[in-house]
Design a protein around this ligand. Structure first.
Ligand SMILES: NC(=O)c1ccc[n+]([C@@H]2O[C@H](COP(=O)([O-])OP(=O)(O)OC[C@H]3O[C@@H](n4cnc5c(N)ncnc54)[C@H](O)[C@@H]3O)[C@@H](O)[C@H]2O)c1
Length: 276
């Protein structure tokens, strides 16, 4: 096991991508603090980890509340005596996204708190513990939206792009003290939440799959495997890196993609574009 005796925190670790990351790190030997705004769901994931022989503990946190970040970090240290890994996975904005005109100031501020500020504070309080524990790794979950843009996604895209920049900055600042910082940009990942959405409209998911050169969208384990690798010693020379895990979706020339999309619609009239 590559992460034996490592101590890790995964935010938003109850379900979805974070749920899979917590299980993956635990399966590799790490002790994992599963932190989430949904305590029952976090406890369920912990039970799942323990049933598989792993070590984990649940912790309730709202990462958009700055005063909750330090106690979250300290909980892992208090439980297991150190800290090696922090995975900033949760994205806790609540209000609908929009343009600079439609987005409310409250939603803008909340997005900053639930993303950049949480990443900032987890490093502020976490890095000294990681250094004291002999070094380790931070992985921040951004998105392909941190690199490409879609309409009316100002809050999401500013925070996801900022996370890429923050990861690079922190890699430079903390490399000398033994802390590597990397970032992952997932493409579309069919989490439990997304799967519910696609059950209502399976033809649309098949259409989404066609956008990907590998001809399928991703699963939470695709991201969890990337996180596990970046946290392991196999990645000891990798820092400040943005790992895009998207089945090749973002490397495509847009004009070809548009033509392929048009052809796909022509050949699949059953697609329901309106049920999302
Ligand atoms: N699913 C995708 O297609 C996709 C694609 C690109 C990037 N991402 C990113 O991956 C990360 C995880 O997304 P997901 O799709 O697994 O989400 P999800 O909604 O399936 O799960 C998110 C988890 O975070 C928890 N959470 C939400 N707000 C929180 C808060 N304020 N404090 C603490 N925990 C909170 C939820 O309770 C849940 O357990 C996010 O950063 C998201 O932006 C997801």
């Amino acid at each position: 096991m590559t992460l034996t005796d490592k101590i890790a925190i995964v935010t938003g670790g109850a379900v979805g991508i974070g749920g899979a990351i917590a299980r993956r790190l635990a399966a590799d030997g790490a002790k994992v603090l599963v932190t989430d705004i949904m305590p029952e769901a976090a406890a369920e994931n912990v039970a799942r980890i323990e049933e598989s022989g792993g070590t984990a503990s649940a912790y309730e946190v709202d990462i958009s509340q700055p005063e909750q970040m330090r106690p979250m970090i300290e909980r892992a240290v208090e439980l297991w005596g150190g800290l090696h890994i922090v995975v900033n996975n949760a994205w806790g904005a609540l209000e609908p996204d929009g343009t600079a005109i439609t987005l409310t100031e409250t939603a803008f501020d909340r997005a900053l708190d639930a993303s950049q500020k949480a990443v900032f504070l987890s490093a502020k309080y976490g890095v000294p513990h990681i250094q004291a524990s002999g070094g380790g790794s931070i992985v921040n979950i951004s998105s392909v939206h941190g690199q490409m843009v879609a309409p009316s996604c100002l809050a999401y895209e500013m925070t996801k792009a900022a996370i890429i920049a923050m990861s690079r900055q922190m890699a430079l600042d903390f490399g000398p003290i033994g802390v590597r910082v990397n970032c992952i940009c997932p493409g579309h990942i069919v989490t439990e939440r997304q799967a519910e959405r696609w059950e209502r409209n399976p033809s649309m998911l098949r259409f989404f799959d066609q956008h990907y050169p590998v001809r399928h969208t991703g699963m939470p384990d695709d991201i969890a495997n990337g996180v596990r690798f970046l946290c392991s010693d196999e990645a000891k020379f990798i820092t400040g890196h943005t790992l895009v895990i998207d089945g090749g979706m973002t490397i495509q020339l847009q004009e070809n993609l548009v033509i392929d999309t048009a052809r796909y619609f022509r050949d699949h009239p059953e697609i329901d574009l309106d049920t999302q």
